[in-house]
Design a protein around this ligand. Structure first.
Ligand code: SF4
Length: 113
């Protein structure tokens, strides 16, 4: 059993950074200091590779092909929406906003629901 201290939970906007994660193999089996949402989020993630790196129309493809297709779709879009942005780092959010600016799109998060 490995224990990782001072881990950060990125599930909601609180970004609690005092998690103590207990890891058994590829699984987090306990998330000390996490609220019930964070505990559930950590315990349902695994380092196992359950899915391919990328899909197009439900079929596995290379990341390069997926990026190429995504770029083409975004380039052709009239009002691209960069949406979501929860459960990701500040650095990834910064890149998403930069992408939206580059393609003339708009940004929204799941909190607008
Ligand atoms: S532990 Fe709970 S409150 Fe803290 S970031 Fe995770 S989900 Fe949010």
């Amino acid at each position: 059993m490995n224990i990782v201290k001072n881990a950060t939970c990125t599930f909601c906007g609180c970004v609690c950074d005092d998690m103590e994660l207990h890891v058994d193999g590829d699984r987090i089996v306990k998330a000390k200091n996490a609220c019930s949402l964070g505990e559930s989020w950590f315990r349902n993630h695994t380092a196992e590779r359950l899915y391919p790196d990328a899909l197009i129309d439900g079929k596995p493809v290379s990341v390069d092909d997926a990026v190429e297709t995504a770029a083409s779709l975004l380039y052709d879009a009239h009002m691209p929406l960069v949406y979501g942005l929860s459960n990701i780092t500040c650095e990834a959010q910064r890149e998403a906003v930069a992408l939206a600016e580059l393609i003339g799109g708009v940004v929204d998060s799941h909190t607008s629901l």
